[in-house]
Ligand binder design. Structure first.
Ligand SMILES: *[C@@H]1O[C@H](CO)[C@@H](O)[C@H](O)[C@H]1NC(C)=O
Ligand SMILES: *[C@@H]1O[C@H](CO)[C@@H](O)[C@H](O)[C@H]1NC(C)=O
Ligand SMILES: *[C@@H]1O[C@H](CO)[C@@H](O)[C@H](O)[C@H]1NC(C)=O
Ligand SMILES: *[C@@H]1O[C@H](CO)[C@@H](O)[C@H](O)[C@H]1NC(C)=O
Ligand SMILES: *[C@@H]1O[C@H](CO)[C@@H](O)[C@H](O)[C@H]1NC(C)=O
Ligand SMILES: *[C@@H]1O[C@H](CO)[C@@H](O)[C@H](O)[C@H]1NC(C)=O
Ligand SMILES: *[C@@H]1O[C@H](CO)[C@@H](O)[C@H](O)[C@H]1NC(C)=O
Length: 344
């Protein structure tokens, strides 16, 4: 695509993104205080180049993972961008644009940053963070709604087995990503998602996922544990778009929930066509926007508000935030409690 047509294209996506009433995609961030830069430094210009490289609509968005290194010696900056595995490339690219634009407002002069957005993670550092396991810092999001007392044991069992199952699938998959669902009650299903950055080895991914899963809440109706190298999430509603998930394993289980095959495959992505003109881009964009709106449908079903009051007295242990009375803790871990509000 030409720069101009991609500009129009992404502007349209962004407009719809906002018009669809999404929560702000920002979740939490950590800026490393180990080393800072000034705005006139080579590091800063390298970082700017890195951020623009990460937001370039390249083929890599099809895997939802993008990494780059810019500069030499002590001015080297390495970064990566990871989209949730079920996000279509166009939305991933849109999120990358948002994230790189937002990053320097979150961490204006720190050389190292990890920023989590709703469906993606952005990291960069003066150190080499690629192929390097990092399980801290992190963000834990806990739904404030408890499961009922009689379902507590059921949740623990289902959570353990489903997330464990997902982790085992993910660590040996090329994208280090897996979705699993299980019947939770006769009327409710448990939906789980696990994902590592695909630059990790299977073993590293396994270590990260185990730690993230162990840190999940076990009495609430939903939770997310977001670490630099991996993230896990469960909900009792379909928070991911199943039609876009990687191909499921051969359907030979005595599967209790049969679903009609997804009617709509991913739209064709017209990439690298330098002669693309706006006249073509716009109709495609409109189609994609509809698709994007569909994709957001499930996410929109439950409105959430994030409690943002913070306290610095947090005594976070084991990367967990078990105390729902403490609204948010800041140490090497941010804990956010989501208040689920029923949509009208
Ligand atoms: C970097 O800046 C932050 C404040 O923005 C400060 O707290 C920190 O000590 C600085 N780190 C270094 C290594 O100068
Ligand atoms: C950058 O600007 C600061 C003052 O704003 C100055 O002290 C420093 O020497 C400058 N560095 C470079 C590499 O120009
Ligand atoms: C992305 O595009 C840039 C130029 O636009 C190119 O230099 C780079 O190699 C591409 N990366 C991939 C992975 O295709
Ligand atoms: C959830 O359970 C805890 C005790 O385990 C209780 O203190 C809290 O008030 C409950 N929250 C809700 C929203 O019912
Ligand atoms: C679930 O996993 C946790 C942490 O790994 C463990 O402590 C607990 O015993 C497990 N529960 C069940 C029912 O397997
Ligand atoms: C992943 O695959 C390797 C061999 O390809 C196997 O040894 C290992 O047990 C697998 N891991 C899991 C968790 O299935
Ligand atoms: C499915 O499993 C049954 C046994 O449960 C086996 O006979 C059949 O060949 C399997 N089908 C496929 C496609 O693997």
């Amino acid at each position: 695509m030409t720069d101009y047509s991609s500009f129009i294209f992404f502007q349209l996506l962004i407009i719809i993104f906002h018009a669809s009433g999404q929560d702000p995609p920002y979740i939490g961030h950590f800026c490393g205080n180990r080393a800072n830069f000034t705005r006139n430094s080579t590091y800063y210009s390298n970082l700017r180049s890195l951020l623009s490289a990460l937001s370039r609509p390249n083929a890599s968005y099809t895997t939802g993972f993008f990494s780059a290194t810019v500069g030499t010696g002590s001015d080297t900056v390495t970064g990566l961008f990871l989209c949730r595995g079920d996000i279509i490339p166009e939305i991933c690219a849109d999120n990358a644009l948002y994230a790189v634009d937002d990053a320097l407002t979150r961490c204006p002069d720190q050389k190292e940053a990890t920023i989590w957005y709703n469906p993606c993670t952005l990291r960069y550092s003066d150190r080499n963070i690629l192929s390097t396991l990092a399980t801290s810092p992190g963000v834990l999001l806990t739904n404030t709604n408890n499961v009922t007392a009689e379902l507590r044991d059921r949740l623990r069992d289902v959570l353990n087995s489903t997330m464990d199952d997902a982790a085992r699938t993910a660590v040996n998959s090329s994208r280090k990503f897996a979705l699993k669902k299980t019947d939770f009650t006769p009327t409710t299903r448990f939906y789980g998602l696990v994902q590592c950055t695909p630059d990790l080895t299977s073993d590293e991914c396994n270590v990260c996922l185990r730690r993230a899963i162990d840190g999940l809440p076990r009495e609430q109706v939903g939770g997310r544990n977001l670490l630099p190298s991996c993230n896990v999430r469960y909900e009792l509603y379909p928070f991911y778009s199943e039609t876009l998930a990687p191909p499921p394993p051969p359907p030979n289980s005595s599967s209790v929930f049969r679903q009609p095959p997804p009617a709509n495959p991913q739209p064709r992505v017209y990439k690298n066509s330098t002669s693309m003109i706006v006249a073509i881009v716009v109709p495609i964009a409109v189609g994609l926007l509809l698709f994007a709106a569909l994709q957001f449908y499930f996410v929109k079903r439950l409105k959430k508000s994030y409690d943002t009051s913070a306290s610095n007295d947090g005594n976070c242990k084991n990367n967990m935030c078990p105390d729902l009375n403490v609204r948010m803790r800041v140490c090497s871990y941010i804990c956010i409690y989501e208040h689920q509000v029923k949509n009208t």
